[in-house]
Design a binder for this molecule. Structure first.
Ligand code: PEP
Ligand code: MG
Length: 316
């Protein structure tokens, strides 16, 4: 089965009726960058950077960031690579932020990082240095306000100017209901959006993402679909592209809906690249559009899943 999926590696990632959907990889280590290359990904849509620092005792230095990034970015020269800045949060909690937690909760890491401007400057410098050979973009996780994104963009511009290079495009992750609510304003300030369906789904449905019962399939819930639809519409009104980098981007019951709602890029785990490409290539975007129109009017996840199975995957 693996060979059958791999047989389409070099064929375009597009639907039967010719809708192109860029297929990128989520990576956090050089072995994953290698796997993404082997499966012919169109670059990296999400480079997670916080994982090596979950035991950190302070904000990482430029050298510490660079040591983590260099082996990964070195395998991705010439490719589009979206590097996400440190995404510390309740589920990824480094000890040095423990004293900032309220009642044991850190919440989002972004405000803590913005409170220490050097923290961002150091990471940006490391990214620009080690990613100079890549087609870089930088993405900010857990954005809740335009001011947060603007503060990040300002620090990035300052670091780039200091290094004598052009700042790469900076985008916002849309993974909080607050961000969806201000998607039009954010779209004016961002170069792209990337929907974090893992957090967005659990936030909208008020679930704990650490609960093993929380599946990527839940992104097909009508409430989540509505949020994704509003996000994409706002982005396209302002001429920016939308990627989906949560695990829903590789789920067969969600892929047709993401395509129908206009998502431009799907970014998935390296192991899911072949299968996701094959799925995209078996879909008709017009059929997906009919399914999504019906799904947006549903009350329950189960009815959405019935619609997608019947219309988009009749033989599944
Ligand atoms: C997400 O929330 O969907 C996402 C891609 O980021 P993470 O899973 O790292 O929070
Ligand atoms: Mg997230």
């Amino acid at each position: 089965r693996r060979e059958i999926l791999a047989a389409e590696r070099d064929l375009p990632s597009q639907t039967l009726d010719g809708r192109a959907v860029a297929l990128r990889a989520n990576v956090a280590a050089s072995i994953e960058a290698k796997a993404a290359n082997a499966a012919n990904a169109d670059g990296v849509g999400l480079l997670r950077t916080e994982l090596p620092f979950l035991d950190a005792r302070a904000w990482p230095t430029v050298d510490q960031h660079a040591a983590v990034l260099r082996p990964i970015l070195g395998k991705l020269a010439g490719q589009p690579v979206t590097v996400r800045t440190l995404d510390f949060a309740d589920d990824k909690f480094p000890p040095f932020l423990a004293d900032q937690a309220v009642d044991g909760h850190l919440g989002r890491g972004l405000p803590h990082m913005l409170a220490d401007p050097q923290a961002f400057a150091h990471q940006f410098r490391a990214i620009l240095t080690t990613g100079a050979a890549c087609d870089l973009r930088i993405m900010i996780p857990m954005v809740a306000t335009v001011a947060e994104l603007a503060a990040c963009a300002k620090t990035l511009a300052d670091v780039a100017a200091d290094m004598g290079v052009a700042p790469p495009p900076i985008g916002a992750m849309i993974e909080l209901p607050e961000a969806v609510a201000i998607a039009d304003d954010l779209a004016q300030a961002a170069a792209f959006f990337s929907i974090g369906s893992n957090d967005l789904t659990s936030q909208i449905l008020r679930l704990d993402r650490r609960d093993p019962a929380v599946s990527p399939a839940l992104a097909a819930h009508p409430q989540v679909l509505g949020a994704i639809a509003r996000t994409v519409q706002a982005a396209h009104r302002h001429g920016i592209r939308v990627s989906v980098c949560g695990d829903a981007a590789a789920h067969p019951l969600v892929i047709p809906l993401l395509i129908a709602l206009g998502c431009d890029v799907l970014s998935v785990a390296p192991a899911a690249l072949d299968e996701t490409r094959v799925r995209i290539r078996r879909l008709d975007a017009r059929v997906c559009a009919d399914a999504a129109a019906e799904a947006l009017g549903c009350e329950t996840l189960e009815s959405v899943q019935r619609i997608v199975r019947r219309r988009c995957w009749p033989s599944m």
